[in-house]
Design a protein around this ligand. Sequence first.
Ligand code: SAH
Length: 348
Amino acid sequence: MKTNLFGLFQEEIAEHIREHKLEKYRAKQIAEWMYRHHASSFSEMTTLSKKMQAVLEEHFVIERVTCVRQKVSADNKTIKFLFSFADGETAETVLMRQPYGNSVCLSTQVGCAMGCLFCASTLAGLKRNLTAGEILSQLLYVQKILGEEEQHVTSIVLMGSGEPLVNYDNVVRFLRLCHEPYTMGLSYRSMTLSTCGIVPSIYRLADEELPITLSISLHAPNDEIRSEIMPINRKYGIDEVLRASEAYYEKTGRRITYEYTLIDGKNDMISCADELVRRLRGQNANVNLIPVNPVPERGLNRPSLTRINRFCSYLQDHKIQTTIRKEMGTDIDAACGQLRNQYLKQKK
Ligand code: SAH
């Protein structure tokens, strides 16, 4: 079995190659070839001798994602990728070209176990966690494309398939890895982690001293509605989630974003907006309203524009900072999990 070097820190690469008599500074070169120059074989690493390349080839591999499907939106601003990993499992990644920069939405698991009613990623359950290398490889694939246009990734959001906080170690490792100057050198402030509210892990994350933005998928103003939409709420109720979020803000100084997917007749009533105002009053937070991307399997519909605007105005009138998510790529099934589901159906 050859060892996969992709996903390792430079120091770890140094450990591995030491056994084969390669000096420590070679690890930096290898890391840069892999992560900055997108090398997928050792023979591309021309600053290493042919002999070194052969030794590396014998003991190590570089595992990257391969792209099995790609969809470009009509306006060319959004590209959705379906990537395949070494074992043939697949997950989605989305590039969104926005006025303020290029944002990439990454998956952290193959499928998802959380069972949220409106989410296509969870329909077939959880397959497995993704490793830090597999998450980084999604990002670098997109960076390579942008690099060819002399552009780069300016921010990342962990909002693809999976619940990042149930894959905690791999996800935190990934965040640290893509901050390294020899990979992407991304600042923590341009990273956003979105969670359905795994309370103990929110506290743990607050202690990591990673000043990333935390996004909480709230989607309802009370336990009754939230538990109906999000099964995880039966384990970690809304009070606990809000307390953990406040603690995160206090510890990190990073303002929390609450995501609220608007579903017609379920959570878009003014009574819900009013309850939300009461819950969030006094918190330094903002609310991001997301008109639900219909998932035909679940029969959930998007509210009318009038209802969406009415909900938004109610929050704003009560001094809650609120935005409506700009929609990108609805013509290419950019909602979580939809492209993969189609692919799996066709493969059958
Ligand atoms: N598990 C994490 C991250 C993945 S979901 C979480 O729950 O936050 C990322 C965001 O996409 C969540 O806020 C989720 O509510 C939203 N989302 C998923 N499916 C959607 C759909 N069909 N329409 C609108 N938003 C959706």
